[in-house]
Design a binder for this molecule. Structure first.
Ligand SMILES: C[S@@+](CC[C@H](N)C(=O)[O-])C[C@H]1O[C@@H](n2cnc3c(N)ncnc32)[C@H](O)[C@@H]1O
Length: 342
């Protein structure tokens, strides 16, 4: 049957493909879980060798490898498989450019949570079944393996933001910076390397003190980068010219976000500023990546979400900051700069 011009293509193939798009994602996530890309970075391997090294059953492995080739993640030359250039650079765990931390966490917690999207739509509730509501950090932080997985994810996100923040703000007159919820200090260490006159404090929960001290020492910053343990719900924040609050407010409900920003206002020195970055949504946001991240937050937390930029501005103004500026930060985030009058 021929189609007349203007008549929509009624072939359901696009819908069918979208309905199975999770398969491509899971093929990649399992490859990261099994460390396939790290093994192939050492040397190209045949299918039999891959099965042997990764201890895989032959039944599913053939299609899995072929899908990775079809997705341009692997190359196949005759009998041997090797990494694509992109995977070799970003998914080989032994390279400093390894960027798989977020995807590793996606495999462990986000993918299972999305299975319950329908439940979330019906109830509005958090669907991360491996954690109790409101226990997003305390119990997981008792397990060193989970701490390491979480910190690797944070590092993979903050590695690019560090350089971007270094340029998005005029640091020339700033002396001291506190990174609130700064994890093990990866971002702050990058900022301090870029601006050698700065002294920084990471404020985060006590279980991150040892990893943070280790990082500061390894990067030769022990004299300028310190860690202050505490909770932003129970303790005052360390005083500084600039307080940064990045990818933190989106973990919490609106009233909790206001508590954190109010504390930041108290801690910023007069004439200084607060820098808040999160994915943040435009009014009527239609960007698929941003909407996906906001649902991630709603599935993972009882009250968190990617909030509208206008609401972020309001949070800062309610606390006393003004004027408040909004800027794009990288491809996804919005940076709010709120000034505290001298
Ligand atoms: C999503 S991570 C953000 C890390 C980093 N700032 C970034 O830009 O990616 C949230 C951070 O908030 C910290 N955090 C959670 N609850 C906290 C609390 N009550 N007080 C201080 N830090 C907390 C976590 O330990 C974690 O490092």
């Amino acid at each position: 049957m021929t189609r007349t011009v203007g008549e929509p293509d009624m072939n359901p193939a696009t819908i069918m493909r979208l309905g199975s798009a999770f398969a491509g994602a899971k093929v990649l996530l399992s490859a990261i879980e099994l460390d396939l890309f790290t093994e192939l970075a050492k040397r190209p391997l045949t299918r039999a060798e891959i099965q042997d090294v990764l201890k895989l059953h032959p039944r599913v492995t053939g299609e899995w490898l072929s899908m990775l080739v079809a997705l341009n993640l692997l190359r196949r030359d005759g009998e041997v498989y090797r990494n694509s250039e992109l995977c070799d650079r970003f998914l080989d765990r032994s390279k400093p450019s390894f960027a798989g931390g977020f995807l590793q966490r996606t495999n462990q917690v986000l993918f299972p949570a999305w299975v319950y999207l329908t439940d979330a739509l019906r109830t509005g509730e958090q669907q991360a079944r491996h954690i109790e509501a409101n226990d997003m950090f305390d119990t997981p932080y008792q397990d060193p393996e989970q701490v390491e997985a979480f910190l690797t994810m944070m590092d993979s996100l903050t590695s690019t933001i560090g350089a971007q923040l270094g340029e998005a703000f005029d640091w020339s007159t700033v002396k001291t910076v506190t990174d609130v919820g700064g994890a093990r200090g990866n971002l702050l260490s990058l900022l301090l390397k870029q601006h050698e006159h700065l002294t920084g404090t990471v404020f985060d929960l006590a279980p991150l003190k040892d990893p943070a001290d280790k990082l500061a020492k390894e990067r030769g910053l022990a004299d300028r980068l310190s860690f202050s343990p505490g909770s932003f719900f129970d303790n005052d924040l360390p005083q500084a010219d600039v307080l940064m609050i990045g990818h933190v407010l989106h973990d919490w409900a609106p009233e909790e976000r206001q508590v954190i920003v109010d504390k930041a206002f108290k801690a910023v020195n007069p004439g200084g500023a607060v820098l808040v970055y999160d994915c943040m949504l435009a009014d009527e946001e239609m960007d698929l990546a941003k909407l996906t991240i906001s649902i991630h937050m709603k599935l993972m937390t009882p009250g968190g979400e990617e909030y509208p930029i206008s609401e972020g501005v309001e949070l800062l103004e309610n606390a006393g900051f003004g004027p408040v500026e909004a800027h794009e930060l990288g491809a996804i985030d919005t940076l709010l700069i709120g000034w505290k009058q001298a």
